[in-house]
Ligand binder design. Structure first.
Ligand SMILES: Cc1cc2nc3c(=O)[nH]c(=O)nc-3n(C[C@H](O)[C@H](O)[C@H](O)COP(=O)(O)O)c2cc1C
Ligand code: SF4
Length: 452
C-alpha cells in the first residue's frame, strides 16, 4: 500500500517522528544561524545561504524581453532577501524556446535585461540594506524535445525514444538533430553568456536538467556519432560548451550547471538510472560528471531529477496534489524530499569546495528552514534552494533572518496549480498566496485548455 500522505504536521517533533518512522535521512535543526552564513561562489560572495531556484513564469514579451510580470517577480524575489537568485530558463535560440513567451536574451533586448537586473538589485538593497547584493545567475536553455516556439510542438530530439516520441507527434522516421547543428549551438551559448554578462548577471547556468536538450543528450545512449553512446560522447556537448563559454567570459564570471542526476526514465533512454529498474537511481555517471564539471571550471552546481512532462513528477517537486489527471506517488512526500536531499549530499561530496545548491524544500512548508539549516550545518549542501516557496512566499528569507521563523499561513501548500498553468500554456505564479494576480491567469489558462 502506498504511504502517500498530505502534509499534516503542526510541530517539529511531529515531522521529525514521521521522518524517523519512514527511516528517511532528513534532519531538522532549531538553530537557523547557518542560513545567514555568506557563501563564496567563484570570486563573488552571496550575502547568505538561501537561493531562489530557477522557475519559469512563461510570461516574457514575444521577443523574449522581461514583461511587467517578470519584473514584478524578480523584484519580489530580490526584496525577499535571498542571497542568490537563479533566473529562470532563458532560450539561446528561437527554435529552442519552450513557449512563445519564454525568456530569450538577444542583442536587441539586452538593454531591457540590464534594466531588470538593475531594478531587482535596487529592490534587494532597499529592502535588506545597502550592502545586500544577491548573486544573479541566468539559466541558459534549449528546450529540445519540448520546444514550442510558435505555440505548437516543434521538437528537436537527440535520439528516438519509444515512450516519449509519440507524445510530441514524432514517428520512428523523424530526423534527430545533427552533429552540425549541435556544433553550431555551442556558439549560441557563448553569445548568450556574453550578453548575460553585458546585462549585469554574475554568471550563467548551462542548464542540463529536466530532459530538455542538454539533459536528454546526457542520456543519448542510442545516438550515433560524437555526441551519443559512450559517457565521453554523451557529456561532450555540455563540457565543450562550458569550455567555450569560459574562454569567452574569462575567469571572473560564474559558470553554473543545473543537471539531472536521475531521469526516472528507462535505460537506454534515461540518465542516472539502474539499467533494470528506472525508478532506482544509479549515480555512478552523474557523480563522475559532477567531478568533470568542477575540473572544467564550473563554480556552482545544482542537481535535480525527473521529467516534468512525463511520469513521476514528484521526483522533481514533491507535492500534496498532482496536476489534473496526474498520478498519486507510490511513496510519502518525505521520501521524495529525502531523495532530493541525498542527491545533493552526494553531489556536494563529489564537488568538494564548489558550492552546491540543494532543492526539494518547498513541501516542508515552514520547517524547510530547520531542514535547510541542518543540511548546511553538516555540509550536505552549500545553499538551500527554494522553488515554489519563493513564488508563494518571496519574503521567507527576510522572515527567517529578522523574525527567526517563517509564517505557516504564507507557505506554499504544494497544490501544483502553478505547474497546471504551465501545462495549460498560461503565465504562471502562485495561485494560492498571490491569488489577486494569478487566480485570474489560472482560470484563463484552464478555460483556454478545455477549449482546445
Ligand atoms: C512553475 C515551475 C517552473 C519551473 N521552472 C524551472 C526552470 O525554469 N528551470 C529549472 O531548472 N527548474 C524549474 N522548475 C523546478 C524548480 O526549480 C525546482 O527544482 C522544483 O520546483 C523543486 O523545488 P521546490 O520543491 O522548492 O519547488 C520549475 C518548477 C515550477 C513549479
Ligand atoms: S500554486 Fe502556490 S501554493 Fe500551489 S504549488 Fe504553486 S507556489 Fe505552491
Amino acid at each position: 500500500m502506498s504511504s502517500f500522505q498530505r502534509f499534516n504536521f503542526k510541530t517539529l517533533d511531529e515531522i521529525r517522528s514521521k521522518a524517523a518512522e519512514l527511516g528517511v535521512n532528513i534532519k531538522f535543526s532549531e538553530d537557523l544561524s547557518p542560513l545567514a552564513k555568506p557563501v563564496k561562489i567563484g570570486g563573488i560572495t552571496a550575502p547568505n545561504s538561501i537561493a531562489v531556484l530557477p522557475m519559469e513564469g512563461c510570461d516574457s514579451e514575444r521577443d523574449g524581453s522581461p514583461s511587467e510580470l517578470v519584473k514584478r517577480r524578480y523584484c519580489r524575489f530580490a526584496s525577499g532577501g535571498a542571497g542568490l537568485i537563479w533566473y529562470e530558463a532563458c532560450a539561446v535560440v528561437h527554435e529552442g524556446r519552450a513557449n512563445p513567451l519564454q525568456m530569450f536574451l538577444t542583442k536587441d533586448n539586452v538593454g531591457a535585461f540590464a534594466e531588470l537586473v538593475k531594478s531587482s538589485n535596487m529592490a534587494a538593497m532597499k529592502a535588506n540594506g545597502s550592502d545586500h547584493k544577491p548573486v544573479n545567475i541566468l539559466q541558459l536553455t534549449h528546450s529540445g524535445r519540448y520546444s514550442r516556439p510558435d505555440d505548437k510542438p516543434a521538437p528537436i530530439i537527440p535520439q528516438h525514444d519509444p515512450l516519449l516520441d509519440p507524445r510530441v507527434g514524432l514517428g520512428s522516421d523523424s530526423p534527430v538533430v545533427t552533429d552540425e547543428y549541435l556544433d553550431a549551438l555551442v556558439e549560441k551559448y557563448v553569445e548568450s553568456a556574453v550578453l548575460a554578462r553585458e546585462a549585469g548577471f554574475d554568471g550563467v547556468d548551462i542548464k542540463s536538467s529536466h530532459r530538455y536538450l542538454l539533459s536528454e543528450l546526457l542520456a543519448s545512449h542510442t545516438r550515433e556519432g560524437k555526441y551519443g553512446g559512450s559517457f565521453e560522447n554523451r557529456t561532450r556537448f555540455l563540457l565543450s560548451t562550458i569550455k567555450a563559454v569560459r574562454k569567452a567570459v574569462g575567469d571572473d564570471f560564474i559558470i553554473a550547471c543545473r543537471f539531472n542526476v536521475f531521469d526516472a526514465h528507462p535505460y537506454p533512454y534515461g540518465f542516472g538510472v539502474d539499467r533494470l529498474d528506472c525508478i532506482k537511481p544509479d549515480l555512478t555517471e552523474p557523480l563522475a560528471l559532477a567531478k568533470l564539471l568542477v575540473e572544467n571550471g564550473v563554480n556552482l552546481l545544482s542537481c535535480s531529477a525527473g521529467n516534468p512532462y512525463y511520469r513521476f513528477p514528484h521526483v522533481t517537486r514533491p507535492f500534496d496534489t498532482p496536476t489534473i489527471g496526474g498520478e498519486i506517488p507510490d511513496e510519502h512526500p518525505l521520501q521524495s524530499v529525502a531523495r532530493l536531499f541525498e542527491f545533493t549530499r552526494k553531489v556536494q561530496e563529489a564537488a568538494g569546495e564548489v558550492a552546491v545548491v540543494g532543492n526539494g524544500y518547498s513541501w516542508l512548508r515552514h520547517f524547510l528552514a530547520n531542514a535547510g539549516a541542518a543540511n548546511l550545518a553538516d555540509g550536505s549542501c552549500s545553499m538551500v534552494g527554494i522553488g515554489r516557496q519563493a513564488f508563494a512566499y518571496p519574503d521567507a528569507p527576510k522572515d527567517i533572518f529578522t523574525k527567526g521563523r517563517m509564517e505557516p499561513g504564507k507557505c506554499c501548500i504544494a497544490c501544483s496549480k502553478c505547474t497546471q498553468i504551465m501545462r495549460d500554456h498560461g503565465r504562471t505564479g502562485c495561485v494560492v498566496r498571490d491569488s489577486e494576480v494569478y487566480l485570474p491567469l489560472f482560470n484563463e489558462a484552464r478555460k483556454n485548455a478545455s477549449r482546445s
